[in-house]
Design a protein. Structure first.
Lengths: 386, 344
């Protein structure tokens, strides 16, 4: 009884708030506050896809007021269009425009919307390309993209294992520090991308704050679930660490696949066939990071394959999602979750090395140098793909 | 997203993705991505409908455009006519400035400033030597004037005698010289007052009338709906594509006289191009002998000319700005030339 009363007391402010909201929203108070100012319109182009003879645009109303799309121009020419479900979009409402337009392959096109108040919203199709349609072709092509960018490089990286098994503990710590360095590089990259993508989402979704929630959420969730196991000394702790590294890299690769899939589907991918080689070099370091924690524990081949799958396969999943249903909100969330997962892994990695170097200074030249080397390797191989 | 100059790692990945696509294509798991039109009859038909000129236009119809383009085209206001003691003809006009929201493209509303609630203002018409008296009331929220082109006294020029909201001013002058003139507000900021819609046509006929003809007036204008200093909408007589959606009926063999006034703001020049025909140009309408026989004519801001032409063939003939951009943004129409005496 008293417990229930406590809960009821806790609900009192909520009830008061609901009453107040109803009063403000239900009376003319808001109109009074607005003072006859014109509505604020904010339309975001969520996704633009091309089919032969058709441009399809998905829109979100990110402003506080309803917006009506009255006319559409393509390359400064009024053009016929259909809009579903309705030309008027409420707050956070969505609509789909289909424009029967003879777009020109590999050229850029400018789409502008004219709303009922005469405000314009523009979007540039940087490089016009037919968007992939869902089907065997799509899953095959985007699966291959993920395979080459994510899975194969990681698998190649796993081949460091026989080498790592033979080196001493001090050098293994060097490799672990190097792993931390490359993880920090990837995490920073994911964070940067998350913030950049977050800046493009419709206002009310608060892109930069999605990054905060996604990143901290990932850190807290992983800490809560695996933190205790990772702190166990010995082989079990190291194995947990390896899985965490694989998971962190996997989540990062999910975001990476998403961006690649979306860019390719949206025709933003520029030409350059040789770059795939650069990616193999660049991303193979990820495999090194996965096997380093368990190099001295003689893991089963199955474990190695599982780790590689966890780290690499999400790239394929990401490429599919990005190619089929890219949304800036989703991309921001995935990227920030990836950044958070990596941050958590780096924390755990630090704990493991700190424990194993107990009594000795942790930041010996080999560990400090290893971390810096990790950053340099990523930066250097990054240059390769440029 | 892809516009950033500093190339990020993920940008590089995008490029790499194409490399992958190349590999994928080579491995035979995908068809060639490019599908081109014209290989089979079905896609050929699709291509034709895709290039239907009716696709390249606004969607829907203007309902509240302040004028009906079909009516405005052939409507001339001669004022209230009386005779002065000295025998001259007096033409009295009443013009009121009114703030009014008008539909400048289907579903697009623009807070215009108007003469008599319409954009363009009424087409005023007098004969050379008539006395023109315009009682101007400012019913708007900003100061306005009427500045007539033509020969008149300095205090009738509508520049320094600014008419405050609620105030009145009477412009009176003898209509001279004959020609195609215009009027517009000259209150500052000038560009704003013109762009908002305060302009119209002022025709002064020669004492010896021009030959009988079917007469039309077109005011070339545009609207900057988002106030960024460039036009979103272009038109002849305010409504974009009006004479494209409802072609102007024309009798084959009948002389057509078109009074064309360029009131477009922000763009330096405008033009008209007539299909399947050429026209005689009477520059500023101040002569009765043509200056030029052409099918494309350039007009600067405020420039206006009388055009005369006769169609020898029936069918649909387009006319539009030869600035293709203006054409596709609304300044385009069609003459539907019909054989026979009766036009509905």
């Amino acid at each position: 009884m008293s417990a229930r009363r406590s809960w009821l007391l806790g609900a009192v402010p909520l009830v008061m708030l609901a009453v107040l909201v109803a009063l403000v929203a239900g009376t003319g108070f808001l109109d009074f506050l607005r003072g006859g100012a014109p509505p604020v319109e904010d339309i975001t182009f969520d996704r633009v896809t091309l089919a032969p003879g058709t441009i399809t645009v998905e829109l979100v109303n990110g402003g506080p007021d309803p917006v009506t799309i009255a006319q559409v121009t393509v390359d400064e020419a009024y053009w016929a269009f259909t809009i579903t479900p309705d030309a008027t979009l409420g707050r956070l409402g969505r609509a789909r425009l289909d424009i029967p337009y003879p777009w020109v392959e590999d050229e850029s096109h400018q789409i502008a919307l004219l709303t009922s108040t005469g405000v314009t919203f523009e979007h540039e199709i940087a490089v016009a390309r037919a968007s992939p349609t869902l089907g065997a072709d799509f899953f095959g092509l985007f699966g291959l993209i993920g395979l080459y960018v994510g899975v194969i490089p990681v698998a190649i990286g796993l081949l460091w294992y026989p080498f790592l098994r033979r080196i001493g503990q001090r050098w293994l710590h060097f490799v672990l520090a190097l792993t931390a360095g490359l993880l920090i590089f990837l995490g920073f990259d994911a964070l940067h991308e998350a913030l950049e993508t977050g800046a493009t989402v419709a206002g009310p979704y608060q892109g930069p704050l999605i990054v905060l929630v996604g990143m901290l959420g990932a850190i807290l969730a992983l800490q809560a679930v695996t933190g205790a196991r990772a702190r166990v000394a010995g082989a079990e702790g190291r194995r947990t660490l390896a899985w965490l590294v694989a998971l962190g890299i996997g989540l990062h690769n999910l975001g990476e696949g998403l961006a690649i899939g979306a860019a390719y589907a949206l025709g933003e991918a520029a030409l350059g066939t040789f770059l795939i080689v650069g990616f193999m070099i660049h991303n193979s370091t990820e495999g090194l990071g996965i096997v380093a924690p368990i190099a001295h524990d003689r893991p089963a081949i199955r474990t190695l394959l599982g780790l590689g799958f966890l780290a690499g396969a999400p790239t394929i999943l990401g490429a599919w999602i990005g190619g089929a249903a890219y949304s800036p909100v989703l991309a921001t969330l995935f990227l920030s979750v990836g950044a958070g997962a990596i941050a958590q892994v780096v924390m755990v990695l630090y704990g493991v090395v700190a424990r194993e170097t107990a009594g000795r200074p942790m930041w010996a030249p080999l560990t400090a140098g290893g971390l810096f080397a990790g950053l340099l390797v990523m930066y250097g191989t990054g240059l390769l793909v440029a | 997203m892809s516009d950033n100059l500093p190339i990020t790692r993920r940008d590089l990945l995008r490029r790499g993705a194409v490399g992958v696509a190349g590999i994928a294509a080579a491995s035979g798991t995908v068809r060639a991505a490019e599908r081109r039109f014209g290989h089979d009859p079905a896609s050929h038909a699709a291509m034709m409908s895709l290039h239907d000129p009716m696709n390249a236009t606004t969607r829907g119809r203007v309902v509240d455009g302040s004028i009906d383009p079909a009516v405005f085209l052939e409507h001339f206001d001669g004022g209230v006519v009386s005779e002065l003691p000295d025998g001259r003809v007096l033409r009295e006009f009443a013009v009121t400035a009114v703030d009014r929201e008008i539909e400048v493209a289907p579903g697009v509303f623009y807070p215009a400033w108007t003469y008599n609630g319409q954009v363009p203002g009424p087409t005023l018409r007098a004969t050379e030597g008539d006395v023109v008296r315009v009682r101007f009331r400012n019913g708007g929220t900003h100061a306005h004037t009427i500045h007539f082109h033509g020969i008149h006294g300095a205090n009738m020029d509508g520049v320094f005698e600014v008419v405050a909201p609620g105030a009145e001013y009477v412009y009176e002058f003898e209509a001279n010289p004959f020609g195609l003139h215009l009027y517009h507000c000259h209150a500052v900021p000038l560009k704003k007052h013109i762009a908002k819609g305060l302009y119209g046509t002022f025709i002064v006929d020669p004492r010896t009338p021009r030959p009988p003809a079917r007469e039309m007036v077109m005011v070339l204008n545009g609207f900057d709906t988002n106030f960024d200093g460039s036009n979103e909408v272009y038109a002849a007589n305010t409504v974009p594509f009006a004479y494209h959606h409802d072609p102007i009926p024309v009798r084959k063999g009948e002389l057509q006289r078109l009074y064309m006034v360029n009131m477009l703001e922000f763009d330096l020049v405008n033009s008209i191009h007539l299909h399947g025909n050429l026209f005689h140009v009477f520059r500023t309408g101040t002569t009765t002998t043509p200056h030029e026989f052409t099918d494309t004519l350039m007009l600067c801001q405020g420039e206006r000319h009388v055009l005369e032409f006769t169609f020898e063939h029936t069918g649909r003939f387009m006319f539009h700005a030869h600035q293709s951009e203006f054409t596709e943004l609304g300044w385009m129409g069609v003459f539907n030339v019909i054989d026979g005496a009766v036009i509905a």
